[in-house]
Design a protein around this ligand. Structure first.
Ligand SMILES: Nc1nc2c(ncn2[C@@H]2O[C@H](COP(=O)(O)OP(=O)(O)O)[C@@H](O)[C@H]2O)c(=O)[nH]1
Ligand SMILES: [Mg+2]
Length: 324
């Protein structure tokens, strides 16, 4: 974009980020989270050079073993000498900035490793919503030159579906815990999964979960289209690390499949870009009109009408909107 104006200081930050400077990265994410307007031009510049790092999302119910599994995946990527970023998003947690406590303990050995960047975000990370904050953080991480970016998020509601919209490959984690599969069907998780992992394979009911999942996922696959990706189901035991190599292979296969099917890949990227753009547009509209609504000359009159029960909130809102 030709109208992008960057100060020398902005340029320095961009250079530091493209060199993979973890400290500069952490600082920039914090600035983006605090809705600092001055980072927008940096984010713009980074976005326009980005799109090079595969993003892998892992979601599943609380306690399914996402962090334990993430830890195992990191270990394997590190063994190949690859630099990895992990973004742990917990929509239900009030904490942000540092790592989510349990995860920090679990991924502790990676904290001293400069090849691993771990960051966590929570519902309070930004006013504009977690999905927008995740998008900006991923723009920054993408520019850092990591081999892979992993997003771990708790599968508790609509939020993680939005977060998963940023991933090129989505891993859905299930466990033999009662009702997990049913819950996931309800939450629409089965539709967004590219790879399924049944973790805690040491527990007796694991095979039953695999069977249930296989049936649930089968209807999604178009048997007439040989190019259609068939989501694999992998059994893991993430404390011991059993099945993690297979899971890693399944993820890498899916990423490769995307590369080999550019039309499918572009469709996915376009859907994701569409959702991100619409998010920002509606957020912009909300901010703009919410602030001007109160300044409308009929606003206080509408409040009076509400209090005196001459009007109702719906009608009052329409009247205020009509004046904007
Ligand atoms: N039995 C068993 N326990 C596991 C397995 N994977 C993780 N856990 C345990 O499940 C608990 C929750 O794991 P965690 O990774 O924090 O789950 P998260 O909430 O999905 O991130 C921990 O106590 C883990 O040790 C597994 O494969 N088998
Ligand atoms: Mg966790």
């Amino acid at each position: 974009m030709s109208d992008l104006i960057l100060s020398d200081h902005d340029e320095q930050i961009i250079t530091a980020i493209s060199r993979g400077d973890a400290r500069a990265c952490g600082r920039l994410i914090s600035r983006a989270e605090s809705d600092d307007e001055s980072v927008v031009s940096i984010l713009q510049a980074l976005y326009m050079r980005g799109g090079n790092t595969p993003i892998i999302g892992i979601t599943g119910p609380p306690g399914a073993g996402k962090s334990t599994l993430t830890d195992q995946l990191i270990e394997r990527w590190r063994a190949r000498g690859e630099r990895i970023a992990v973004l742990a998003v917990d929509p239900s947690s009030p904490f942000s900035g540092g790592a989510i406590l349990g995860d920090r303990v679990r991924m502790n050995r990676h904290n001293v490793d400069t090849g691993v960047f771990i960051r966590s975000m929570s519902a309070r990370s930004r006013l504009g919503g977690l999905a927008a904050a995740t998008g900006d953080t991923l723009t920054i991480l993408d520019a850092m030159g990591f081999a892979r970016i992993l997003i771990e998020t708790v599968g508790v509601g609509q939020n993680e579906l939005e977060i998963m919209r940023h991933a090129h490959s989505v891993v859905i984690l299930q466990t033999p815990g009662a009702g997990d599969v049913v819950q996931s069907v309800k939450a629409g998780l089965l539709e967004i999964g590219d790879v399924f992992a049944v973790n805690k394979a040491d527990l007796p009911a694991a095979d039953k979960v695999v069977t249930t999942l296989r049936e649930a996922v089968a209807f999604r696959h178009d048997a007439h289209n040989p190019d259609d990706w068939q989501p694999p189901i992998v059994k893991t035991q993430s404390v011991e690390g059993t099945g993690v190599d297979e899971l890693l292979a399944a993820i890498e296969n899916h990423l490769q499949h995307q590369q080999q099917h550019p039309a499918q890949r572009m469709r996915r990227l376009r859907d994701q870009a569409r959702a991100r753009l619409l998010d920002l547009v509606s957020e912009g509209l909300r901010r703009r009109y919410a602030s001007s609504a109160e300044r409308q000359d009929n606003f206080e009159q509408q409040l009076d009408a509400l209090l005196e029960r001459r009007s109702d909130p719906h009608a009052a809102a329409w009247r205020v909107l009509g004046k904007i």
